[in-house]
Write a protein that binds this ligand. Structure first.
Ligand SMILES: [Zn+2]
Length: 399
């Protein structure tokens, strides 16, 4: 029994060392065995034997010689970015997106399937179809499948606790996909994985703490603290979209009235734009007054970007409400990097200005002045990148 325990502990240590070494090479391209030993505190023989295994597995390669510091020039190591593929899936929008990506999150192949109004079992079949296509498209050994999904997701257990739009409740999606594909599967909320995607692949700021506010069909904050995703005790960290901001406001899909989501999400913007198109002859969308259903977020965005002034009050108001949310996040967390992403972030700087202004008016000046509010540069792929990051974190220890 003692021997078995010792063996298990030995295995764990070895695994831990190997992950640490891989992460060091991943984070510092062109590094030598001696650098790794210095950075990790591991002995040279431990580093050498693990590097030999990583090279054998094809994950790491020798890429030439570095500068000599007196003796023999060191051999430089690098991760082979396309030695493995990852399947990344984004279930947060009205189309399910999927991609085959490499170890740096670069998209190798894309698939996109409309969900329309499918929910329950029908929506699940769309996930399977997407998974089947992506697996077929992958050309390298697969690390696994990473998923960003809307709603309350128990990432630990891999269960969708509640996704209202998809009519899923207590759905053991991770285990079903594991059984179907025989691969490791990890799933988390779309806003949560977006934060992880920004943390590992984003270029805006390299910081151990950040908040991503994802504004699309829903509104959710993803929070990374000390380089780790914060899920919350009930997987609901950052569910700020369902905090009431309008007394007796519009009925929300959660059952309450006047939630932040009801005045800031893509549907709220489209609804208001339709009313303006109907009543204001100055609106460039007025020609659609007799068929308002043709006005969608894309049309509103294009009209706004083309300079339609009648739409400005909508975006200003959305920004003000989001600014209130950001003020609360800054007050609670004192995180100095807040990035907006999701469909609604495409309104850009005119949306950011009222967010910043409102945040400053509603939080301690000293905290607000230290806080950067901007847009993520990962664009519409942020959840896919996040889903890949979730896999890298869990399967390879790279986050
Ligand atoms: Zn709500």
């Amino acid at each position: 029994m003692v021997a078995a325990t010792q063996k298990a502990t030995h295995e764990q240590t070895k695994n831990h060392n190997k992950r640490l070494i891989l992460k060091t090479i991943y984070d510092q391209p062109e590094t030598s065995r001696a650098d790794i030993a210095r950075m990790t505190g591991l002995t040279r023989p431990t580093v050498s034997s693990n590097v030999a295994e990583l090279i054998e597995e094809g994950l790491v390669e020798e890429i030439g010689q570095g500068q000599s510091e007196g003796g023999k020039p060191p051999i430089l190591l690098s991760v082979v970015d396309d030695s493995r593929h990852l399947i990344a899936i984004d279930l947060a929008d009205s189309e399910f997106q999927g991609a085959v990506v490499d170890l740096r999150g670069r998209v190798i192949h894309r698939e996109c399937l409309p969900v329309n109004d499918s929910d329950g079992e029908a929506a699940l079949q769309v996930v399977y179809e997407l998974g089947d296509r992506l697996i077929t498209a992958a050309t390298r050994p697969l690390v696994g499948i990473g998923i960003g999904a809307p709603g309350l997701i128990d990432a630990q257990e891999g269960i969708v606790r509640k996704a209202v739009n998809l009519d899923w409740q207590d759905l053991p999606l991770r285990d079903w996909l594991k059984t179907r594909y025989g691969l490791p599967v990890h799933i988390a909320n779309d806003g949560h994985v977006a934060a992880l995607g920004e943390y590992i692949f984003g270029q805006v700021r390299k910081t151990p703490n950040l908040v991503i506010l994802k504004v699309g069909r829903g509104v959710i904050a993803g929070i990374v603290l000390n380089g780790r995703l914060h899920y919350g005790d009930g997987s609901g960290a950052g569910e700020i979209g369902h905090v009431k901001v309008v007394e007796e406001g519009v009925l929300c899909r959660c059952g309450h009235r006047g939630c932040l989501e009801t005045v800031t999400n893509s549907r709220a913007i489209v609804e208001r734009a339709r009313r303006i198109a109907e009543s204001d002859p100055d609106s460039t969308l007025h020609y659609l007054a007799s068929r308002l259903e043709a006005i969608n977020l894309e049309r509103v965005l294009q009209a706004f970007l083309a300079g339609d002034k009648t739409l400005q009050p909508i975006i200003t108001e959305v920004g003000c409400y989001l600014g209130m949310a950001v003020a609360h996040l800054v007050g609670v967390l004192n995180v100095q990097c807040v990035l907006i992403c999701g469909n609604v972030a495409r309104f850009g700087e005119p949306l950011l200005q009222p967010i910043r202004q409102e945040m400053r008016q509603r939080s301690l000046a000293m905290l607000a002045n230290q806080t950067y509010v901007g847009l993520s540069n990962l664009g519409q792929d942020i959840v896919l990148q996040g889903a890949a990051a979730l896999l890298l974190a869990n399967e390879l220890g790279l986050v």
